[in-house]
Write a protein that binds this ligand. Sequence first.
Ligand code: COA
Length: 197
Amino acid sequence: MVEPIFHTHAVRRLYKPDRRAFEEHLIRLDPATRYDRFGLQVSDEYLRDYAELCFKPGSLVYGYFEDHVIRGAAELRVFQSRTRPPRRDGEAAFSVELPWRRRGIGTEVMGHIVLAARNRRVGELTIFCLRHNRAMLALARKFESDLAFERNEVTGHLIARPPSAISLLREMVDNALDLGTAAMDYQTRLLRSGMAP
Ligand SMILES: CC(C)(COP(=O)(O)OP(=O)(O)OC[C@H]1O[C@@H](n2cnc3c(N)ncnc32)[C@H](O)[C@@H]1OP(=O)(O)O)[C@@H](O)C(=O)NCCC(=O)NCCS
């Protein structure tokens, strides 16, 4: 087995060549997790189409990697609201595979999503959450200083704090590191598949 040369960080932004690994993460989700994540039962076919959509303009995805396999992910979709005047709104969603739960992965990927939403001046960030979903409600509560939630709802309103030089710089540095790590990941995958030169 090819050992990774270095781990800068386990969570990074995903790029188009990560689509397959992201899709595989979604397809590994058990039926209960799929239901909590999407609010209905979804097929593998649906998840493949969904994974494709996540790499279109207006969306960004972060993934938690362990041994080059994605075990947790968070997606952010940014769009124009229908309000007058229109503003920029967002929708976020999270998934962590069962054996990897309660290790702080959800918290880490959500931190990246909140930062990315702030830097894109998102006004309202919606996270659809079923009422019984105690894990998501607990996760959301950890971001109370950034997001305001209605009681019993998980539609977060990003507290209007404009991006600062530091928040923008943090994302820029993260992105630069992520690109480097992504390049290493692709090389490792190629080596493993025997396709490297
Ligand atoms: C919601 C989810 C992403 C959380 O992921 P996670 O990696 O387990 O989250 P963390 O380990 O960072 O835990 C975050 C907080 O929630 C709490 N928590 C996690 N699971 C919990 C549960 N089942 N019941 C109560 N609290 C829970 C943790 O204790 C933690 O708080 P703490 O740090 O104060 O202890 C994960 O449970 C999941 O994938 N659920 C299925 C999909 C889903 O529901 N997505 C949300 C809707 S889009």
